[in-house]
Design a protein around this ligand. Structure first.
Ligand code: GRF
Length: 264
């Protein structure tokens, strides 16, 4: 059964855009009911309109409390018939009221390998710390910031000369793939939370039969000769490692776990 999805975003919305495209391409089984933003100038709103997706923008400063704002946001999401929420660059904490309205159906992406570098500046904090690897995590949202059960993570090397922007670019290239994959697993009902661990279940036979799921993993260690910084319109899979073609959208040395399935 497909997701009835609401996307929350405060900024550019490149992750949201990959979701729009994945739905169009038939690799994400979702009906995107709404893009919601708390910022009137968020570019994600324009992106959504181009895809004919409903938008709503409410300025959180106009509400007396965080909870009042979240209550209104819940109402709007429900009015649009969404049952699942993807936070993609949404720069606000959500309240327990919000999480209780969509239990185990709120996801977030964070630009670091959680639990390291939680907070608003994952890439900046990693560069300043001098780490050799960083990456991104898709997780279920809990009441504590960036601390819910992790669904999938991607890592990239952090070069000693990398600026925050360099690292952010590499991370974005992975984010665009792992978030859509995580949502597709959710739509296939394959994410089983046990304690703080998310178990990925095998796909069911119906899904295999209609070719919406596949357990054939792309090898997860990516060797590439070029870094094309994740521009999906320039997809040229041609780097080869051990006779297997790899996708040059990934930065050199990137790794994803659990591995992406065919089509992602
Ligand atoms: C991403 O790096 C995401 O991890 C973080 O905010 C950024 C949003 O980017 N939470 P975009 O708006 O999707 O381009």
């Amino acid at each position: 059964m497909g997701l009835k999805l609401a996307i929350l975003a405060s900024g550019s919305g490149s992750n949201a855009q990959t979701m729009f495209e994945a739905v169009e391409q038939g690799i994400l089984d979702a009906d995107i009911r709404l893009v919601f933003s708390n910022r009137l100038d968020a570019k994600v709103l324009e992106r959504a309109k181009k895809f004919g997706i409903a938008t709503c923008c409410l300025d959180h400063k106009a509400f007396a409390s965080r909870e009042d704002f979240d209550k209104k946001m819940c109402e709007v999401i429900r009015e649009h018939g969404a049952d699942t929420v993807a936070m993609a660059g949404y720069m606000r904490m959500v309240t327990p009221h919000f999480l209780n309205a969509f239990p185990q159906r709120v996801l977030n992406i964070h630009p670091a390998i959680l639990p390291s570098f939680a907070g608003a500046h994952g890439a900046r904090d990693a560069v300043n710390y001098g780490v050799k690897f960083s990456g991104c995590s898709v997780h279920f949202v809990s009441e504590e910031m960036d601390a819910g059960p992790i669904i999938i993570q991607g890592i990239v090397p952090c070069d000693q000369d990398d600026t925050e922007q360099d690292l952010q670019n590499k991370i974005h290239a992975l984010e665009h793939r792992i978030y859509v994959q995580a949502l597709q697993w959710l739509s296939q009902n394959r994410l089983n939370i046990q304690g703080h661990t998310v178990h990925l279940l095998p796909c069911n036979e119906d899904a295999i039969a209609d070719n919406t799921a596949d357990n054939t993993a792309i090898p997860s260690l990516i060797y590439s000769t070029e870094n094309t910084q994740g521009n999906s319109s320039q997809h040229t899979p041609k780097a080869t490692f051990l006779g297997v073609e790899h996708d040059e959208r990934y930065p050199l040395g990137a790794m994803i776990y659990p591995p992406l399935e065919r089509g992602f």
